[in-house]
Design a binder for this molecule. Sequence first.
Ligand SMILES: C[S@@+](CC[C@H](N)C(=O)[O-])C[C@H]1O[C@@H](n2cnc3c(N)ncnc32)[C@H](O)[C@@H]1O
Length: 548
Amino acid sequence: MGGEQFEQEEDAQGPMELLQSLRSKATELLLREEWDESIHVYTKFIDLSRSEISNLSGSDPDPDPDSIPKLRKSLCLALCNRAEARARLRDFSEAMRDCDRALEIETTHFKTLLCKGKVLLGLSKYSSALECFKTALLDPQASDNLETVTGYIEKCKKLDFQAKTGAFDLSDWILSGFRGRSPELAEFIGSIEIKKSEVSGRGLFATKSIVAGALILVTKAVATERGILGSGESGEKAQLIMWKNFIEEVAESVRKCDRTRRLVLALSTGQDEDSLEIPEISLFRPEEAFESSKQSLDTEKLLSILDVNSLVEDAVSGKVMGKNRDYYGVGLWTLASFINHSCIPNARRLHVGDYVIVHASRDVKAGEEITFAYFDVLSSPLEKRREMAESWGFRCGCSRCKFESVLNVSNQEIREIEMGLERGVDAGNAVYMVEEGMKRWKVKGKDKGLLRASYWGVYDEVYNSERLMKRWGRKIPLMEVVVDSVCDVIGSDERLMKMVVEGMMKKKKNNGGCSNVAEMERIMKLGKGVYGKVVSKKKAMKTLLGLE
Ligand SMILES: C[S@@+](CC[C@H](N)C(=O)[O-])C[C@H]1O[C@@H](n2cnc3c(N)ncnc32)[C@H](O)[C@@H]1O
């Protein structure tokens, strides 16, 4: 039925017939999954029902004693159905309001309790959702839908447990070859707090010591956009469209949800970061009550926030699980946005569906700031890192940058090595010069790892070349020594791990198929730093490392 014709017919009907036809139309639209249209028609039905109830309540005597209870029953169902449609459009705040209004009419309305439970799940409020489904179970209608309700109860229990303990495991999904949709995860906040950072503005800090691989946080995106871009002009165009869609999605989430708006408003616009409010970590706990902000969020401000805080998924410090490297993705995760960059990071991120999982990539002490790399900090000497930080709009002042800038200022030899590298000098010679230079420049202990990380590109070339190893192998440190020293300062990295894996495979071939236990342990440790403890099964880790 066309909209106009429907409106004309509406005019010709009495209130009861009109309610009847509105209800049929809205139900039909709901079944056809035309959510916006069905919300529109349910709204008309709800408004008309309310005015009829109030008319009838005022009339004396009531012509039919059953008419008000009947109307209230239909009103309850209509509110529940509108909530369902709103939930499908992820308008959880309005869906929640509809559910509560429906439950005011019928406190144990089964369908509404089910819908409210799903909305609470969508809002990551697992224990409230659990209570809701448990109440639904008490309704006589539950017996016909027992499997559905108990399914939800089990899901809530699992997610509530994950949110409280951080006990996630992606092993089975990895072992299935990332089959099906990515696993639904709970939001989790580990032992962390937001504090004033010496780096800039606010930062995330460990309140307890965290071992390498342990989870720091798991958080759901406000919005993400992903796709395969292709190359050249069409790729650039696709990237622009993706960003446009992403910005629209964030704007919509902010418009629809007070809590999202409050969290996005807490993020930096890049201006005057040191004077920004320091939010309590509890603000990011979904079950916690929050005070809605009166501050406005205009488009210009939103764009600045997205510019400073959006994460792109092709960064080497982030891995998208179950997607190949051709994927380009962008997203906004509010709590993760408080993590500052460091060229000696102690954390990494994994992207799983809409969730970002941040874990320690090396041991973190209590009180230490949690940092990850916004750009590639391996194979990037100071100048290159400065350029990349500039494109992010800041100048990094981490201890690695400070160390290298002092060393570079007073060191002509480093400039010669870098000029040699630009001219394409033999990689073995460059590694030899860096290693010998470090002895003369009195670079000791952990600082050796800093320079080795900066010139990782030439180390990588030498250790991967039989010819170069034949010539330089005896004059430079063992690959394992270099990898350990680099990991010690920048944490685990896929490329370091790959090199050790390939080294072990070569040795295994020469040893007649036997692998060395110590080497295997080193690899598993590196794997834990790269993927975190969410890959708890050894077999799954081996699959990721290409060892199975
Ligand atoms: C995603 S936010 C990080 C949290 C931010 N500090 C805050 O207070 O909201 C990114 C911004 O933090 C600052 N920042 C992050 N890492 C930095 C670093 N290593 N050195 C200087 N500024 C940094 C920059 O202003 C950057 O634009």
